[in-house]
Design a protein around this ligand. Structure first.
Ligand code: BG6
Length: 333
C-alpha cells in the first residue's frame, strides 16, 4: 500500500484532523474536518501549501490558508450569508479511506443542517475526496441535489493557497487568451494577453473558462529565479444526471466509503463530459495584508492563490443530479 490514513485531534482544536501519510514518510496531507480544509500537503518532504502564522485553527473562523472550500456563494452576493458561504465553517464528517499501491484517499461528507436550511433552503449532500500520491494531490468536491422537487443554483471554489519562495520571484503561465474579470478595476472584463503573469500589486481576478474546445486547463506556477515549475494546477468539472433512489439513500445514510465511491463513479459514468472552470488569482498585497487580522503584514510574500471553481456563472443543479469540481496539483519530477 502507498500509505495510510489516521484521524486525531490537533494541538489547536478538539475538532479532528484527518491525515494521509505515505509509508516511506515522504508525502502527507492533513485535512481539518472544520470546513474539510486541507491544512498541509507535503510532497517529497516539502510543504506545498501556505497557511498563515496567524491563522485561527480552533474552528471559530475559516482558515487563512491551505485549501478552504467556498460554497454555496463566492464573495457575498447574498449579504445575509457569510462571505464565501458556509461550507468552510461547518464540521464535516469523516467517512473513511482507501489505499492501493499508488495512492491513499479519504472522503469527507457534509449535509444540510437546520442552520444551512435557514440561510439557503436546499437539501444537499457535499462530498470531498482527497487523494495523495507521490507526485500529486487530487481534490474532488462534489455537490449532490438530493431533493426531488427543486433544482438549485450555487457557486463553488477550491480556495488554494500555494506556498511560494517569494511573490516577487513567482510567475504564472497558462492563462493567456482567457478573458478575466478584474475585481480591482470595477469588475470590468479584459483579455489576458501575457504568457507570463507576475503579481506586483493587489491582484483579484476571475479568469473565465477557456473559449476553445479544451475541456480543462492547466496553470503552471513558476519560480522565476530558477525557471522551475513549482506546481501545476489542473482543473475541470462535470455534471451528471439520475442519482437512483438507492444512491440517494447511500449518500444520506450511514455510509461506507466504498458505497459512496461506487455511487460517484456509476453516476458520473454516462455524463456529458468534463468542462473547463474559472480560475481566481488572488494576492492581497501590502494594504489588504495589513487589514487581514489573520495574516502577518508580510504574509502576502509567501503565497499566491490559484483557485479553480465555478463563480462567474452559477452552477444550476437539477433534482437528483451531482456536480464535481476536480483539482489536480502536480509537482514536476
Ligand atoms: C478570493 C476573492 O477568492 O478570496 C477575494 O477573490 C477575497 O476577493 C479572498 O478577498 C479572500 O477572502 P476571505 O473571505 O477568505 O478573506
Amino acid at each position: 500500500m502507498f500509505g495510510e490514513c489516521g484521524i486525531a485531534a490537533s494541538e489547536h482544536s478538539t475538532i479532528p484532523t484527518v491525515t494521509l501519510r505515505s509509508t516511506d514518510g515522504r508525502h502527507s496531507c492533513s485535512i481539518f474536518t472544520y470546513g474539510a480544509t486541507i491544512l498541509s500537503w507535503i510532497c517529497n518532504g516539502e510543504e506545498r501549501l501556505f497557511v498563515s502564522k496567524e491563522a485561527i485553527l480552533n474552528g471559530t473562523k475559516a482558515v487563512r490558508g491551505g485549501i478552504p472550500l467556498v460554497f454555496p456563494q463566492f464573495g457575498q452576493p447574498n449579504p445575509a450569508m457569510a462571505q464565501h458561504g458556509f461550507a468552510r465553517n461547518l464540521v464535516w464528517e469523516h467517512v473513511g479511506s482507501t489505499a492501493d499501491e499508488h495512492e491513499v484517499s479519504t472522503l469527507l461528507r457534509c449535509k444540510a443542517t437546520p442552520d444551512t436550511l435557514t440561510l439557503w433552503p436546499q437539501d444537499f449532500c457535499l462530498l470531498f475526496r482527497v487523494s495523495l500520491s507521490a507526485t500529486s494531490l487530487v481534490t474532488e468536491f462534489t455537490v449532490a441535489n438530493i431533493q426531488s422537487n427543486e433544482s438549485f443554483q450555487f457557486q463553488c471554489l477550491q480556495h488554494t493557497y500555494l506556498q511560494i519562495p517569494h511573490i516577487t520571484t513567482t510567475s504564472m503561465q497558462g492563462l493567456q487568451g482567457r478573458s478575466y474579470i478584474d475585481k480591482m478595476r470595477d469588475a470590468q472584463q479584459f483579455l489576458e494577453e501575457d504568457t507570463t503573469i507576475l503579481v506586483d500589486k493587489e491582484t483579484d481576478r476571475v479568469y473565465l473558462p477557456a473559449n476553445d474546445t479544451s475541456s480543462s486547463s492547466t496553470v503552471n506556477v513558476l519560480d522565476t529565479s530558477t525557471e522551475c515549475t513549482l506546481v501545476s494546477s489542473h482543473a475541470s468539472c462535470r455534471t451528471s444526471n439520475s442519482l437512483t433512489s438507492s444512491a440517494i439513500e447511500i449518500l444520506q445514510g450511514d455510509i461506507s466509503v466504498l458505497n459512496v465511491l461506487g455511487v460517484l463513479s456509476s453516476t458520473h459514468e454516462n455524463n456529458a463530459g468534463t468542462k473547463d472552470v474559472d480560475v481566481v488569482v488572488w494576492n492581497p498585497w501590502i494594504a489588504k495584508a495589513k487589514a487581514l487580522v489573520d495574516l502577518n503584514d508580510d504574509g502576502y510574500f509567501w503565497f499566491v492563490c490559484v483557485e479553480p471553481g465555478c463563480v462567474s456563472s452559477p452552477v444550476s443543479l437539477d433534482t437528483h443530479c451531482i456536480f464535481s469540481l476536480t483539482q489536480t496539483l502536480t509537482i514536476p519530477v
